[in-house]
Each structure stands twice: as structure tokens, then as C-alpha cells.
Design a protein around this ligand. Sequence first.
Ligand SMILES: Nc1nc2c(ncn2[C@@H]2O[C@H](COP(=O)(O)OP(=O)(O)OP(=O)(O)O)[C@@H](O)[C@H]2O)c(=O)[nH]1
Ligand SMILES: [Mg+2]
Length: 302
Amino acid sequence: MFKRVGEVFRGIASRIAETVSKKELTEEDLERVFKEVELPLVESDVAYDVLPVLFEELKRRLIGSKVSRLGEGGLVGLMKEALTSILSNVEPKQDLIDHIKASGARPYVVVFLGVNGVGKTTTIAKVAYKLMKAGLRPAVVAADTFRAGAQEQLALHAERLGVPFFRGKYGADPAAVAKDAVTHFAKRGLDAVLIDTAGRMHVDVDLVEELRKIVRVVRPHMKILVLDALTGNDALEQVRYFDRAVGFDAVILTKMDADARGGCALTLSLLLQRPIVYVGTGQSYEDLEVFRARDVVERILS
Ligand SMILES: Nc1nc2c(ncn2[C@@H]2O[C@H](COP(=O)(O)OP(=O)(O)OP(=O)(O)O)[C@@H](O)[C@H]2O)c(=O)[nH]1
Ligand SMILES: [Mg+2]
């Protein structure tokens, strides 16, 4: 039922090659093909809202090309270039670890946000691992004091990695826990503090208020929104939700290894206006890669 975004783009190339054989590609030719691929694109997790932007970008790159000379292979090549250019909107200018290294702030404090199950806790462990490999000393903090098991999960990663861990009592004020943790680790001279937050809409506490309070009290150097590539279109809703709630500086897109459709990264690249610093590509600590437009295009169009 669901289409891979790569297949849809191949389809666009072959439709153009079939229907426009002799002349230069015109806006009308493209409009016609775009009408046909709207639904398949949405089915491959490209958000409906971004279709106009995507089509404009493709038009800009394709109008005037000599289809007869390019052939279908050449058109796929052009499509790859167009996608690479779109995806490079969200390429990070600097690796997060290098940025933390270069920053004078010690400890450098990062708050991780995201709805439940997207991979926040796993991603924090992966980032801690990267920091350690770069010779920095990270610590991790469980500021989800609500969900049973949330703190233990992070504690287990911390133990495996040999990274200092801080938690509060269940039901304690997450902002107070986070603040105490930063003070504690600042005294111990650590380089980075990674704060895990709750992802669930609580019954009795407003998550938005909780996150706002954490950010107000801790004043992190960076807020990272964790998104799951498998959420597809819903990722856009999550972006808007967290933007309204507390704002964020960058995204980590998890579960790219399990994402067959591939539209989520494309949607984000058209709307996010902030970098995707890493992509999650598996469940082990090494499986966190710098977001590279070219790699993602190869992943979806190879
Ligand atoms: N395949 C794959 N699985 C991942 C990736 N990142 C996280 N996961 C898995 O996704 C599941 C949920 O991850 P968690 O880190 O517990 O998610 P969370 O956001 O902390 O969840 P809550 O604490 O409930 O809000 C786990 O089984 C992880 O192993 C990834 O990049 N690829
Ligand atoms: Mg968690």
C-alpha cells in the first residue's frame, strides 16, 4: 500500500521520459506529472503541505532540460540532484560534537525533547557515546520522573557506558531534578550534561508547562527535538507542537534504518529551517550518523 519515495521519483522520471520525448521540458509537462504523483508522494510520507514547495524546487531544476538527450537515467540523475539540494537545507554546518568541543560552555547542557517512543533515551546514550569517543566527559540526567522504568532505562545505558547518571525521586519536579543535576555535574567538572525529558502527555501535569519550566530553570545551550522517521506525516505536527511549547534548535531523526518510505526526511528538509544533526540507523551505540543529504538520497533513490 505504502510507496517508497524513491520509487515515486523514479516514476516521475519515467513518466516524463514517456510523455515528453522530443522537446524541452515545460512547466505544463511537469504540472501534469505532478498531479499524478501527489497521492503516491503523500503515501510515502511526504506531507501534503510541502508538495507545492517540492514541486517548485523540481520545476526550477527541470524546466528547460532536453528530455531526449537526458533519457530516463539522466532524469533520475537530475531528480537526485534536486533532492540532494532540498535535503541539504537541513544538513548541519558543524558536527554537534565538534560544536560542543569548540564551545566554551562547561558543562554544555542539552535538553532532549520528543513524544514517547521516538527514541530519546536511546539517542542520549548514543550521543554520550560519541562525546566519550571524542575525549569529552558527558553525564546523563533522567528528568522523566513520571513514567515507571524511564529512569532505570537511562541508568542502565549510563552503567554500560560508564557515564555519570543523575535522577530524582519518582514524582519529583523534573525542573528541580534537572537543575540539581547541572549544578552537581558543574561542580564535578564534566563537559556535557544530556537531559532526558518525559514524552507523554501526563494526566495531572501539563507536559508543555513541565518542559517550559525545565528550559526556564536550566537554560540549556541547546534543545534537540527527537523525531522518529516512521512517524511520517505526524512528525510535522510534532515539530509544530514543540515549537509552540518551548522551541528547539536542531533535530535528530531516528529509525532511518527501519524507514522504507523515506518521505519524512524530505518533508522536514522543506519545512524545518533548522539542522538535522544526526540520524539514528539502528539500536546500538554506534548507530548515529551525521545527516548528509547525499547519503540520504542514495538511501532513498539507490
Ligand atoms: N531501529 C532503530 N530503533 C531505534 C532507533 N532509535 C531508537 N530505537 C528503538 O526505539 C525504541 C524506543 O526508544 P526509546 O529510546 O526508549 O524512546 P523514548 O523516546 O525514550 O521513549 P519514552 O521514554 O517512552 O518517551 C527502543 O526499542 C529503541 O531501541 C534507531 O535509530 N533505529
Ligand atoms: Mg525514554
